[in-house]
Design a binder for this molecule. Structure first.
Ligand code: TEU
Length: 541
């Protein structure tokens, strides 16, 4: 039987299949490529892989626009290749999490083609259709994240349909019970094929407001994750998503998982102002999602204060829920670039950041290439593939800079990613960070990632323990992690100069627990002295 709690505190490695490893020479990575590199993934010491979408798709949004939920896109291979991938992952003891994009489909999905064909076909109500206002304009003021109104006019039905992302990503109508049932059937299909879990794309967008109420403007000064060039961020999205009916669907989803056992789901909740309440609602009670993924630490700010604020806000809001932290993914600027100024030492930030991530309470997601310390790539406009970037260039340069191919061998053609023409360029500046170069260098980011993840595995307090923040000034962050029989003191110096953290009198018996990279930390009688960008973990029991 599968361990029911494997997800609690697990380390997930996100694979973006198109950019991982090509085995056919067409310039795009494929499932066989992931299988081929499974030994590498396992060598990192992670527990699970999360595969970004590989389903049949016209690729308008790089596979987040699915035209058949139960088929592998030929670009990525076949269902047989997928079965082999799962078998290989399981052989290494790795869980497989797949990305489910249930909120919307592609406009080429047969469901949408039928739905848009008339107002009275069997699937007429499977998407969100609405009549225009009397003057012919869209039903309300809702906006698409990818620019412009969230409504697209359809001349056959003479109605608008809702899309929160591209117009080619029509929003499925979760108020319709048949839609929910059909989607759950597709989830069952993958459960039957042996997957261990799901990452639920835009899970807070499933259910729209039936009354189609206008969103109010954003309160002045409110935070949002959307680039300044995009008007979406100026609206307070009270009504277009996060409806209470969502919880009922998530309960149904969870019951389905429970039929199989040992399967888990992580929901993606990217909702600037209310994400914590949403995460609390989705993960609380033990009958919905096991965990949610938030954007709090994917932000441009990297400071002791920001990490403390984000983690505390989560701990206070989400009592019985469980979070999944990440510093990078396929949607945001790679963190070593996001958190440094040009010319700064990005490897130093990569090594410091993984120590911090490994000590946080929650599960953690790594994004392919971060274990090498890869930086965000500059992509010329002609090479851009991301429609979101093309729309808002140059104010926002899109998401391709973090989606460039993995660099396996510095000396090989296209760094060993493909024998053909890569779908996005292999950045020259990444070659010094190729896997073979870093394997040969014990001081590399890769070696540090492996060592730190190994350290985390040896400490139950880091995997599942409680977290309690201690007073710390300025660029210092300090907290205790506690589990049965183990108490660890974690201290971080975010500054580019040395710092001293005064040891509270009751913690003076602390001894180094041997966190890799903490060798130069000194424990004095009354304080811990940390070099710049350095982490320390001490044992108290
Ligand atoms: O992302 C959801 C989401 O909210 C992002 O669009 C985010 O706001 C943006 O990328 C910030 O830069 C998910 C997927 O991760 C993304 O790749 C898809 O494009 C999107 O859903 C639509 O399916």
């Amino acid at each position: 039987a599968r361990d029911a709690n494997w997800w609690r505190g697990c380390v997930i490695y996100q694979v973006y299949p198109r950019s991982f490893q090509d085995t056919t020479g067409d310039g795009s990575g494929d499932l066989k490529g992931v299988t081929k590199r499974m030994a590498y993934i396992a060598s990192l010491g992670v527990d699970a892989i999360w595969l970004s979408p590989f389903f049949k798709s016209p690729m308008a949004d790089m596979g987040y626009d699915v035209s058949d939920y139960c088929a592998v896109d030929p670009m990525f291979g076949t269902l047989g290749d997928f079965d082999e991938l799962v078998a290989e992952a399981h052989r290494y003891g790795l869980k497989v999490i797949i990305d489910q994009v249930l909120s919307h489909s592609s406009d080429r999905h047969p469901w949408f083609i039928e739905s848009r064909s008339s107002r009275d076909n069997p699937k007429a109500d499977w998407y969100v259709w609405a009549d225009p206002k009397p003057d012919g304009t869209a039903p309300n003021n809702w906006l698409s994240i990818f620019g412009g109104p969230a409504w697209e006019w359809d001349s056959t039905r003479r109605q608008y349909y809702l899309h929160n992302f591209l117009a080619s990503q029509p929003d499925l109508n979760f108020h319709n019970a048949e839609v929910q049932a059909a989607l759950l059937d597709t989830v069952r299909f993958w459960l039957e094929r042996g997957v261990d879990g799901f990452r639920l794309d835009t899970v807070n967008f499933y259910v729209h407001d039936r009354l189609l109420r206008d969103n109010p403007p954003m309160p002045p000064g409110a935070a949002n994750d959307i680039p300044d060039t995009n008007p979406y961020g100026y609206q307070n999205h009270l009504y277009d998503k996060t409806q209470p009916e969502n919880l009922e669907f998530l309960k149904r989803f969870r019951s389905l998982l429970n039929e199989y056992g040992g399967r888990a789901a992580v929901g993606e909740v990217g909702d600037g102002t209310r994400s914590l309440q949403t995460v609390a609602a989705y993960t609380g009670g033990g009958d919905k999602l096991q965990m949610c993924y938030t954007f709090d630490l994917l932000s441009p700010e990297f400071s002791a204060a920001h990490v403390k604020k984000s983690v505390l806000a989560f701990e206070n809001a989400v009592k019985d829920g469980w979070v999944c932290w990440a510093f990078s993914n396929h949607d945001v600027v790679r963190h070593v670039s996001r958190w440094t100024k040009p010319g700064e030492d990005t490897d130093a930030v990569a090594k410091f950041a993984i120590a911090l991530l490994a000590c946080l309470r929650g599960s953690i997601c790594l994004y392919q290439g971060e274990e090498l310390g890869l930086t965000e790539a500059e992509i010329a406009f002609e090479d851009l593939r991301d429609p979101y970037g093309i729309r808002f260039w140059p104010g926002f340069k899109g998401r391709d800079g973090c989606r460039t191919p993995m660099v396996w061998e510095a000396g090989a053609k296209n760094a060993g990613f493909t024998t053909g023409k890569p779908w996005l360029p292999v950045p020259m500046e990444h070659l010094s960070h190729a896997v073979d170069v870093e394997e040969a260098d014990p001081t590399s980011v890769l070696w540090r990632y492996r060592a730190v993840l190994e350290f985390r595995r040896q400490h139950p307090a880091l995997i599942g323990g409680s977290i309690e923040f201690l007073d710390a000034e300025g660029d210092l962050l300090a907290f205790l992690r506690r589990a049965d029989g183990e108490t660890l003191l974690c201290v971080f110096n975010f500054a580019d100069e040395p710092a001293c953290w005064p040891l509270p009198s009751d913690l003076r018996r602390v001894r180094s627990a041997g966190l890799p990279g903490s060798e130069a930390v000194e424990i004095g009688a009354n304080s811990v002295s940390l070099p710049p960008l350095t982490a320390f973990v001490g044992r108290l029991t």
